[in-house]
Design a protein around this ligand. Structure first.
Ligand code: PLP
Length: 232
């Protein structure tokens, strides 16, 4: 087996083992392979090995890669925007991506809504929450989301599907658990208060902490290095 194939297989096994530890169905967890800095050839190789979801974090890089890859792939894949999205990049993002994980302001949601409507699209989105409150991170403050939701839900062209977070960098994956748990609890509260949206997705967990995230209810894990190796 090629190295990439071994890595993908191992990541899938680790996701399944974490899910089963909590009595969850491994099938309900979507593996998003994060391909920032990864060359199109290796992305194509991963798609040929069965990866169906890919994530990029910068619109400019995505613009250089996604159309070309989509053109060459025999079967369509789903592209996820996982990085911070600037309002002025929305017109490009809305054409490139199928799913946006990083809605972090009402203003951004309004802009995305306008663009989605003008393309006749409905785009699934997640609200990014800065669950740890670190100053360096993007995302709604946990107290702020509840106020933003009633402004975002009625916007046409958007479909709110849940929440996303990036846990702080920690020494041990276990230390990230409280943040993942807090995101799940916040999601549960929002689902109760705003039952008109789906809230089914929790996008959380990366190379260093995805097993803990799955144990805490992640439905999407965003994994780069464990699949493609260290970034340059
Ligand atoms: C790069 C990135 C990932 C993947 O990180 P790894 O540690 O390589 O798994 C996940 N989410 C976001 C938002 C990223 O920018």
């Amino acid at each position: 087996m090629e190295e990439l194939e071994v890595r993908i297989k191992r990541v899938k096994e680790r996701i399944a083992e974490a899910a089963l530890r909590k009595g969850r169905n491994p099938q309900e967890i979507i593996l998003v392979a994060v391909t920032k800095t990864v060359e199109p050839e290796r992305i194509m190789a991963a798609a040929e090995l069965g990866i169906e979801h890919f994530g990029e974090n910068r619109v400019q890089e995505a613009l250089e890669k996604i159309p070309r890859i989509n053109f060459l792939l025999p079967k369509p894949v789903t592209w996820h925007m996982v990085g911070h999205l600037q309002t002025n990049k929305v017109p490009k993002a809305v054409r490139l991506f199928d799913f946006i994980h990083s809605i972090d302001s009402v203003r951004l949601a309004v802009e995305l809504s306008k663009r989605a409507v003008s393309l006749g699209k409905t785009i699934p989105i997640l609200l990014e929450v800065n669950i740890s409150g670190e100053a360096t991170k993007f995302g709604f403050h946990p107290d702020e989301v509840e106020r933003a939701v009633p402004e975002i839900l009625p916007l046409p062209g958007l479909s709110v599907q849940g929440l996303m977070t990036i846990a702080p960098i920690v020494q041990e994956p276990e230390e990230a658990r409280p943040y993942f748990r807090a995101l799940r609890e916040l999601r549960d509260r929002l689902a109760e208060k705003f039952p008109q949206a789906s809230w089914k997705h929790l996008s959380m967990g990366m190379t260093d902490d995805f097993e803990v995230a799955v144990e805490e209810g992640a439905t999407m894990v965003r994994i780069g290095r464990a699949i493609f190796g260290e970034r340059r």
